[in-house]
Structure formats: C-alpha cells, structure tokens
Ligand binder design. Structure first.
Ligand code: ZN
Length: 376
C-alpha cells in the first residue's frame, strides 16, 4: 500500500458515516426544499474543510454549492463535478432504508452519486492533512438538477470547464472501477400531429387521421437509427385519439435519441426538423433539442486517460476506461476541457432498488482522486 491508500483505508468508517448522513437527507431533483437541505449540509462540510464556499440561490432548482481550495494558486484550476439530487422521491428511505451488508452500502442515491461527494471532499481533506499540495486551485461544484437535464446548472458547469485544466466527474464508476472517457449524447423531442376530427361512420372522408399520419412519421424516425455509427432513435411514448368511432385529431409522441458523434447529432436534428406530413390537411409540430452533446474520446481525452493511468499506477492501481450509453454533466465539460468521468464509487443499481456502493471502493477512489489532484 502507498501512503495515500493506507491513509484513506484507515478512514473508511468515517467516510461511511458521512455517506450515511448524506443519504438520509432525501433530495429528489424536483423538490427544491429537499435538495436545498442537501445544499446546506454540503456547504457546512465545505466550510469545515476550509474552502471558500459560495451558494448559488436558484428559483427553479435546488441551490448549487461551489467550494474552492487553494484559490491563491495562479495556474488554471481543476474542477470536480458532483450532483446532490437523486431520482428517488421523498419517503423512499422507508422502503429502502440505509443498510450495510457484505461490504455493500445500500440506500437511495448512495451510488448515484452521494458517494462521489464524500470521495471528493475526503480526497481534499486528506491532502491538506498530509501537507500535500494540489496541482492547482481545486473547485468542487455540487449541482442540484443533474438527473433532470441540468438546465439550471449548465451555464455554470460550462463556465468552470472553460477556465479549468482538467475536469473530474464523480459519477459512479463502471463495474470494477472502470472510468468513463466516452458517453453518448442525448436528445429529447416531442412531435405532435394535428389532424381533423370527424365521425368515423358518417364523415370518414372529411377527417384527417392524426394517428395514421403519425404512423408514417414513426417509421421515418426509427429508420434514422444507425448502429454502426452508435446512433439510436427511440419513439418511446405515444398518445392519441379519443374513441374508436372518432377520426382522431391529435397524436403525440416522445422521442429519445443517442449519438456518439457531433455530426450525427446534426443529422438527426436536421431530419427531425425537416419532417413533413404525408397526408394532405395534417400539420406537424416539433419541440425539443439536443440535451447533452456526446462526450467524444478524441486525442485530448485519450491523452488525459493515459496521464491518469500513469498517476494511478504509482498508487498501485490499474486504471481502465470505458464508454457509457447514459449522459452526465461530463458531456458538457468534455467539449471544452479533458474530462475524466465515473471517478465515483464502484457499485451497482443506479436508479434501481438494489442501488449500492461498495464500501471498499470509497477509500480507493479517495486515494485515486487525491493522487490526480496532487500529481496532475
Ligand atoms: Zn448521477
């Protein structure tokens, strides 16, 4: 064991206690008062760690908290991204209480990603305790709306990324501690067809069947999928019509698309905006956008991974990389700055009832993050 890994291993129980405390503060994205309670707790922890701490009040989402350490250093900062919100509604703890079994800590939001907050903060506290300097100023941003698209936090995330030399995202790792250097981008659209209602028996010819029109649109949309390019289009929700004896005037669908290349995003968005009705007398209404651009493993990202791998190996760790189908705030930052994502806890079951973090991974990740912050 190295000095760092030994140091954090000895603090494993303390990390678990902190994590339990955070999981017990339920913080669903849509409940501002609830997420704000997490913001207050995180703020206290940052201040106790000696950080210059700022709380950004939001009227539409929970408040973000930004902590800065070693702010006097003059080189570009390293930004660490965490989110405090979870997908779990208030009361989930009653059915899924926090519990530790066989080295696994269970609870809503424990893995995605309250463990990440504990890991990041302990990494910094540990470096301060050991008297080890960081490679630049460090700023940890804890956002409050990651699980619902980061609409309120995106501008701040992008601003911090642009001024930074490196971004670390403390989202859960892939199995075995594999970090993420590529993620799909995500777009969300809805399409509504406006037809004309008529009696299905007496006036069939006068009607314009919105469901029939939508059937054409769905087939066109699904065909935009290109597995070879990593592009998928999924019509996942459909609503339309009122009764079987009425020609339906309305039909609406929700579309999710995923891309691995920026050009594919443009291709899909152009195709969606160019959809045209097949039946005379129907109209299409399109709303939506590319929510997160793809995190592309380009030369910068590959170089960042190689550097991280070398730093990890000096701590006796073998670092592997992978790509993820889901998006994170790392998708935003990777456009500007090399980004290493999935540096949070190992475990399983994000957004699922068996969500858990592996306790042994908490000190391991803290040692890794501490090494990255000091040796970068
Ligand atoms: Zn997450």
């Amino acid at each position: 064991m190295t000095e760092l890994t030994q140091y954090f291993k000895a603090r494993e129980n303390g990390m678990v206690d902190q994590l339990v405390e955070l999981v017990k503060i339920e913080s669903p994205s849509h409940d501002k008062a609830a997420v704000d309670r997490m913001s207050s707790q995180v703020m206290e922890m940052f201040i106790a760690s000696g950080a210059q701490t700022t709380r950004f009040a939001s009227s539409t989402a929970g408040d973000m908290v930004l902590g800065r350490w070693n702010a006097g250093m003059t080189n570009p900062p390293i930004t660490v991204l965490c989110h405090m919100d979870t997908v779990w509604p208030i009361g989930t703890l009653n059915n899924q209480p926090v519990r530790q079994e066989n080295g696994k800590l269970y609870g809503p939001g424990v893995y995605d990603m309250k463990a990440g907050i504990v890991i990041a903060l302990n990494a910094l506290n540990g470096l301060q305790d050991l008297g080890v300097q960081t490679a630049g100023p460090v700023q940890i941003l804890c956002t409050a709306d990651e699980e619902i698209g980061s609409v309120a936090s995106r501008a701040m995330i992008e601003k911090l990324a642009q001024e930074s030399q490196l971004v670390l995202v403390l989202e859960p790792s892939m199995p075995g501690g594999v970090i993420k250097t590529a993620r799909k981008g995500v777009g969300e659209y809805s399409l509504r067809v406006e037809g004309r209602a008529a009696h299905a028996g007496a006036d069939h010819q006068k009607g314009r069947n919105a469901i029939e029109e939508m059937a054409h649109q769905i087939l066109a949309l699904q065909k935009l999928t290109n597995y070879d390019k990593g592009t998928t289009v999924n019509v996942g929700v459909i609503k339309g019509g009122t009764a079987s004896n009425v020609v339906p005037a309305d039909c609406e669908i929700e579309i999710d698309f995923r891309i691995t290349a920026h050009e594919e995003g443009q291709r899909i968005e152009t195709a969606i905006h160019n959809l045209a009705p097949t039946l005379d007398g129907t109209r299409l209404h399109v709303t939506g956008s590319l929510n997160r651009p793809p995190m592309v493993r380009d030369a910068r990202m590959a170089a960042a991974f190689e550097k991280a791998k070398a730093i990890a190996s000096r701590q006796g760790m073998t670092l592997h990389e992978g790509s993820a189908g889901g998006a994170s705030d790392g998708n935003f930052t990777s456009v500007f700055t090399p980004t290493l994502d999935g540096l949070g806890a190992d475990g399983d079951g994000a957004h699922a009832v068996h969500e858990h973090a592996l306790v042994a991974s908490l000190p391991q990740r803290a040692a890794l993050v501490a090494a990255l912050l000091s040796e970068w």
